[in-house]
Write a protein that binds this ligand. Sequence first.
Ligand SMILES: Nc1nc2c(c(=O)[nH]1)N[C@H]1C(S)=C(S)[C@@H](COP(=O)(O)O)O[C@H]1N2
Ligand SMILES: [Mo]
Length: 402
Amino acid sequence: MDTPVVHRRHFLIGAAGVAVASTVPGMGGLAFAQEAIGTQAPTTPLPDYASWKKPEAMIVHTELTLETRRPFIGTSSVVPSNILFVRNNLEPPDSAIVADADAWEVAFEGVAQPRTMTVRELKQLGIATVPTVLQCSGNGRGLFDHEASGSPWLTGAAGCVVWSGVPLRAVVDALGGVAEGARFVTNTGGEVIPEGIDANEVLVERSVPIENVDTIILAWEMNGEPVPLAHGGPLRVIVPGYYGVNNVKYVKRIAFTEAESEADIQQTGYRVRPVGESGAPDQPSMWQMKVKSWVTHPVVETPSGPIQIHGVAFGGINPVQRVEVSTDDGQSWQEAQLLDPDLGRYAWRSFVLPVELPSGTYSITSRATDSEGNVQEQTTEPNHRGYDYSGWDRLAVEVTVL
Ligand SMILES: Nc1nc2c(c(=O)[nH]1)N[C@H]1C(S)=C(S)[C@@H](COP(=O)(O)O)O[C@H]1N2
Ligand SMILES: [Mo]
């Protein structure tokens, strides 16, 4: 794609600027977004395990956190693997594990006949294909005013991906069913835990409610190829509609448990609470995602005349029902058209609104509604860790129509 020039804007000059200022106290988030959505040359090289990504499409926050630049998201629903974001809590395992992917072993516990199975054996039990939105809990963290620790993701810690693998239900049936009393599916990542630290502090082990047993798949294929190491190959848990962290990569243990995992990432991490409070197990866990959408084109500037405003929308566990677009900072809204294909309730849906805009500066944003009538929020109240900014106010883009 062409490389748009990123212009610094003077937020208080002009009518649109005033309107933005009224909904963006401090304006830090939006100003930051304006700089980072552009396609300026990358300054930090890609880490080795993700060197196959398209550098110009990625913001490299750290070696373990790579974000997709906003305008690189297209309208054909599926995000190509080479621009999909990456988020690791720990160093990924050695790439040798994907060289012989079928030999990877997973321990199944909390079933009538517990045992270890290889990917080769799992491939004999069944196959399902599910498009899902993979979104980090911290997507949008950079749009909050408070300085929550963690990567200041904008919109690009999310992507719609097609997964293939075995339905967990088929595995459970083959192993005699779930043990009595189980309330959670607890999945453990296959990273090597560094010596000398308490495993619970770093272990990537997440529990989700057992109801998900009928939608979870254990995926060995992503967008038509074996799941790459960066995205959790040889085998990854996919919990449709749930935040990224629940989609455990290089899964080595799947247990039906009475209690949630003891790991910090479950007990105190990924808990939604007011700014300044510590995480605790009685706070909401980052499980089901919220209804959300954002514009992906135009995002910086565009010629005047006919403009196809487009973006993506999803409803977590519910399908998207409608998307509205505003070009005047939320004062008026127009119904956008949802584009085909509809890849199902867990996928995102592209939308488009054709408009004609005279030269000037516009605050453009979108607002999605899901099939249950849940409407994307106008603003997201700060939460301590800066989880999932979904407000259409700060997801707006300031676009100069030339
Ligand atoms: N084993 C393991 N699984 C993991 C993680 C991890 O660090 N280790 N990170 C989680 C988080 S926080 C997110 S957002 C997603 C990111 O998936 P991706 O790197 O394929 O984009 O993986 C999740 N699964
Ligand atoms: Mo995440």
